[in-house]
Design a protein around this ligand. Structure first.
Ligand code: SF4
Length: 719
């Protein structure tokens, strides 16, 4: 008999609801959930084909099905049953813990995990192992947005909601291409513009993307000049008298310092440095400041930068100065990339966070979490964030890496270093659903994880909306829920450690029990969900936080009383001068390379790459360049070129692309080394964009600069 299960799409941070259709223990269809507030029944091409990533054939042939241990990295993995694996792994971890201590361990997890999984990993790292070295691939995605919100508004909380797309009179999209990366939000934007043709859309992007095609005004800035643009816009607003002086006086601090800083960037100079027309900059400033309600949407283009936090702050400054915040349709709205990047922030499963938006650098916050977990204390030693963790492993300081639900051998910057790090570790544990990721080749231990449609828990989307994720079918083979894998190893490990917590720390034995522990950590905090429960999520549907005790529904917008989350309730202007990207353009590396997403693919394609029809628009990677740059190198579309940076090189076909300006290049980020074969692979061993990227990161957010690399392109001379 056919069964229907309401769940959530596992791809992007829009967080669309899906109805999974299953029969005889297999998924046979999917459709949009008309009751889910994020999508009201719509799905994009990735969501519509989710069932094709979980066919019986794929579940049998493309998945990790059994726990396995590789005797050496040159040998094939040998299957073990779970009790044997848990005991053997616990013994190995205990021996390495005794030999090297807790700081030799690193856990690198994922924004694809559910909040319950994140919580289980957090307890394992900080509670059982005694290390703060737990970070998530969300570090690569939204950590600059976290730091930006905290610095400016006092808490990591987007103050806006999806309904604001319908209500805004002016929308500024910067560093984001929702037409491809957040398609259902983009459709909502298109519908809003049809209903309200007077709504202004400004898109800031070095490329003329499909999102930019919809815009009333496209500011095609030079890569990396976002802070200059925001300062120039603010200068124009000051000069023209478009500020909200009363809002600045009553609800903010620090405007005088910022005013001094932007004094040096009058619109003609800012426009020149950004490579745009002064008139366009002034038009954008006018629309943004003078519209009744202005909303900004932003994502990786701001975040993935060595000055990512400064870019976020510069944009929020503009909102504060113009009073475009804390009202329906107005505010800075950071879009999350992954389905549960937000949940990981709430649960504190990252190096720079603790549960309930607490800070691991605060003794009081550590003590509060220790009390919640029944521990004497939490580790105090500073944590290593994602890039720092792999740097430490490459130096031989981190000996054990436990990687869950992510593929750093493709997605981390500076692949040469990442691969050295993985090779040098004494123990690499990979907890994964899919069998053939690039990271699997480096793993000593393979732990098969349940995937979409097979697990229970919750996720939180870009607008702080918590949705249930439900299992429609059982996982294949011996695959298990992520929280259970790490908990069972933890229970086997506890008796083997010289000192450590009692088993009560790991007592929670269901997703709901784990979620209730997480809920307890939010009480009295800005993200308080004390009034919410699994039962209420079932009866009311998805809910936005905060949802304190006694509430009857979640809160759509924050700070409507104009009290921000700082100690004095005032938002802060952040005066940060412009810093150029870390990689410098010069005669040897004259092209600015940026990376981005395709509408039909997701991350390293371990899931979306299983669906042939998703390759219909783009079947293979190509380096996009302006025709003039191809011509000057004697290249034509389709020919192979050697692309080199200061960090590595690869060989790919080139493609003339009129959406780019001269001296720029663009490469989709989805492909890895499996794509290039034979002679080409020998010439360029790592074929993904991260062969070229550098690992410089923002000092405030530790988010690496995945959006900018200086490269040279030459016709390939294959050996
Ligand atoms: Fe899934 Fe995102 Fe598409 Fe919605 S927009 S169906 S969440 S990939």
């Amino acid at each position: 008999m056919r069964k229907e299960t309401a769940s959530t799409c596992p791809y992007c941070g829009v967080g669309c609801g899906v109805i999974i259709e299953s029969e005889a223990g297999e998924i046979c269809g999917v459709r949009g959930d008309p009751a889910h507030p994020a999508n009201r029944g719509r799905l994009c091409s990735k969501g519509q084909t989710l069932h094709l990533t979980a066919t019986p054939l794929i579940r049998r042939t493309q998945r990790l099905l059994q726990p396995a241990w590789r005797p050496s990295r040159a040998e094939p993995p040998q299957a073990l049953d779970w009790p044997t694996m848990n005991q053997r792994l616990a013994e190995r971890l205990a021996a390495l813990h005794a030999q090297h201590g807790p700081q030799a361990f690193g856990l690198y997890i994922s924004g694809q995990l559910l909040s319950e999984d994140y919580h289980a990993f957090n307890k394992f790292a900080r509670g059982v192992l005694g290390t703060n070295n737990i970070d998530s691939n969300s570090r690569l995605c939204m950590s600059s947005a976290v730091a930006g919100y905290k610095q400016s508004l006092g808490a990591d909380a987007p103050p806006t909601c999806y309904e604001d797309l319908d209500l805004a009179d002016c929308i500024l999209i910067t560093g984001a291409n929702p037409a491809w990366a957040h398609p259902i939000l983009f459709r909502r934007l298109e519908a809003a513009r049809q209903r309200r043709p007077e709504q202004k859309l400004i898109v800031v992007d070095p490329r003329r993307t499909e999102t930019a095609e919809l815009a009333d005004l496209h500011l095609q800035i030079l890569p990396g000049t976002d802070v200059i643009l925001c300062h120039g816009l603010l200068h124009a607003c000051i000069w023209e008298g478009w500020l909200d002086a009363r809002f600045i006086a009553e609800h903010t601090q620090g405007f005088a310092e910022l005013k001094n800083l932007v004094r040096e960037l009058p619109p003609p100079e800012a426009a020149r440095l950004c490579g745009i027309k002064e008139a366009d900059l002034l038009q954008a400033a006018r629309w943004f400041a003078q519209s009744p309600a202005s909303l900004s949407l932003y994502c990786q283009g701001l975040n993935q930068s060595s000055s990512g936090t400064a870019k976020n702050s510069a944009l929020i400054n503009l909102h504060l100065a113009c009073g475009q915040i804390a009202r329906p349709g107005a505010g800075p709205f950071s879009l999350t990339g992954q389905p549960n990047a937000m949940g990981g922030r709430e649960v504190g499963g990252m190096a720079t966070l603790l549960p309930g938006h607490r800070d691991p650098g605060s003794a009081q916050d550590r003590a509060e979490v220790a009390a919640l977990w029944g521990q004497a204390e939490l580790p105090e030693a500073p944590a290593k964030t994602a890039v720092e963790m792999f740097e430490a492993a490459a130096r031989g300081e981190i000996k054990v890496l436990w990687i869950a639900c992510t593929n750093p051998a493709q997605s981390m910057p500076d692949q040469a270093l990442v691969r050295r790090a993985l090779a040098r570790c004494e123990l690499v544990i990979l907890q994964e659903a899919f069998a053939d990721t690039a990271t699997a080749a480096f793993a000593d231990v393979l732990l098969p994880a349940a995937s979409w449609g097979e697990k229970e828990g919750t996720v939180t989307n870009s607008e702080r909306c918590i949705s249930r994720v439900r299992a429609a079918i059982a996982p294949p083979g011996e695959a298990r829920a992520d929280w259970r894998i790490v908990r069972d190893v933890g229970l086997a490990l506890l008796p083997l450690l010289k000192s450590g917590p009692g088993p009560a720390l790991l007592a929670a034995a269901t997703p709901e029990a784990l979620w209730l522990e997480h809920r307890a950590a939010t009480a009295g905090r800005d993200l308080d969900i004390s009034g919410l429960s699994y039962a209420l999520l079932d009866s009311l549907g998805p809910q936005q936080w905060p949802f304190p005790a006694g509430a009857s529904q979640g809160q759509a917008r924050l700070y409507q009383d104009r009290r921000f989350a700082t100690a004095d309730g005032r938002a802060r202007f952040i005066a940060q001068p412009y810093q150029p990207p870390h990689d410098r353009l010069d005669a040897r590396y004259p092209l600015a390379l940026t990376s981005g997403r395709l509408r039909e693919q997701w991350h390293g394609m371990s899931r979306s790459g299983l669906v042939p029809r998703l390759f219909g628009h783009t079947a293979q990677p190509a380096l996009h360049m302006h025709a003039q740059d191809l011509h000057s190198r004697g290249l034509r579309t389709g020919e192979l070129a050697r692309i080199s940076s200061r960090h590595g090189e690869l060989i790919l076909p080139v493609l003339a692309d009129a959406s780019l300006r001269p001296a720029q290049a663009y490469l989709p980020m989805h492909w890895g080394e499996e794509f290039v074969s034979g002679q080409e692979a020998e010439a360029a061993p790592f074929s993904g964009v991260n062969a070229l990227s550098n690992r410089a990161f923002c000092p405030s957010s530790q988010q690496p600069e995945l959006k900018f690399a200086a490269v040279q392109v030459q016709a390939a001379q294959l050996p």
